[in-house]
Design a protein. Structure first.
Length: 354
């Protein structure tokens, strides 16, 4: 995309700022994201939402704008500068919407850039885990009185365990004998955990656990910190939609507490870091415990195990499907990813008796 084209997209929003330069931010895997530097601060983030992945982009943008406005109202006691560091601020387009659709059918939105912020791809100390937990808990607490039923389900059945098992069973029917034999140990593990891994979904469907606003992509890189490692803001709210708090808690733990990379093949290096778990949970509950039911709190350890399992199941399913979803670097890549997640479950279970 040329500079002229990008400047034109930026000009479709009500920011009253003069473009100076831009650079592409490569941290995301789905959308195209650009930092727009302007003559005067604040700077802005211009983003193209991938409509091949997200089928209802106006619904997605409505979700994140509505949730941000709700949080802004809750934090109205803050100064304008503090507020803009605590919650994403979206800029309205000239068409009065919060997105601009270009001639090619691409959807664009603009946010105020949060200056002097830091992100982490991995957690290296308990303080970052603790602050990350506080950020996620605060997001859930501030949205606990938001009616989740008005939100668009941007990725239907994203964490639906029955749906993921259905996908797995269909893949198993069609898998080659070679791949089934290679995965045999893990096919047995899936069957052995099937009943336990449906507990949270059954509680959700029965109404025992309430449906709330959830972020649904709580990896640590979606949390902003200041230069002193204090939490600032939760970002990347494209997947905000109705869910249960266990999705957010469990997926954060899955990514924070693995002592190795997600595709590490030396399973001796893959362990569950209990200290990071304790630190994250402490920060999380400090912010959101008062908004949760006792059952929600009691089932948080199961949430971590369940979200690790659902990723193991998805990797294994893709392996049986001959690697049609996740990008792979070699034939056994998805199987190695699944093995990694199952080892993480074993390590967590042995240390925490979950």
């Amino acid at each position: 995309m040329t500079q002229e084209q990008l400047v034109y997209k930026f000009s479709q929003f009500k920011h009253a700022s003069e473009y100076v330069s831009h650079k592409e931010l490569a941290s995301g895997h789905i959308n195209d994201t650009f930092l727009i530097e302007t003559k005067e601060e604040p700077f802005y983030i211009l983003q193209r939402i991938n409509h091949d992945v997200f089928k209802d982009v106006p619904g997605l943008i409505s979700n994140k704008v509505s949730v941000s406005k709700h949080i802004q109202n809750k934090l109205s006691h803050l100064s304008d500068a503090a507020l803009k560091k605590s919650v994403l601020t979206f800029v309205q387009a000239n068409n009065e919407e919060y997105y601009y659709e270009d001639e090619a059918g691409n959807f664009w939105n603009v946010m105020v850039y949060i200056k002097d912020s830091v992100t982490y791809d991995i957690v290296t100390d308990e303080q970052v885990a603790y602050e990350g937990g506080k950020l996620a808990g605060d997001f859930l607490n501030l949205t606990s009185d938001f009616d989740a039923s008005v939100l668009t389900e941007v990725i239907p059945k994203f964490h639906d365990m029955s749906f993921r098992f259905w996908q797995f069973e269909e893949a198993l029917k069609n898998a080659s004998n070679v791949r089934k034999e290679n995965a045999k140990l893990y096919l047995d593990k899936v069957e052995g955990l099937k009943e336990e891994m449906h507990i949270l979904q059954n509680l959700k469907e029965s109404g025992a656990i309430p449906v709330r606003v959830t972020h649904n992509d709580t990896k640590i890189s979606n949390a902003l910190f200041d230069t002193n490692n204090k939490g600032l803001c939760v970002i990347d709210t494209d997947t905000v939609m109705p869910g249960i708090i266990h999705y957010d808690f469990g997926d954060a733990i899955r990514t924070i507490c693995n002592t190795a990379a997600e595709d590490e093949t030396n399973l001796d290096l893959v362990n569950f870091n209990v200290e990071y778990y304790k630190a994250y949970k402490k920060g999380f509950l400090e912010k959101v415990a008062s908004a949760l039911t006792p059952l929600e709190v009691d089932t948080l350890p199961l949430a971590a195990k369940t979200m690790i399992f659902i990723m193991a199941l998805r990797f294994l399913t893709d392996y049986l499907n001959n690697d049609i979803y996740y990008k792979t670097k070699y034939p056994e890549h998805n199987l190695d990813r699944a093995k990694n997640q199952f080892k993480l479950i074993d390590s967590m279970t042995s240390q925490m008796k979950v």
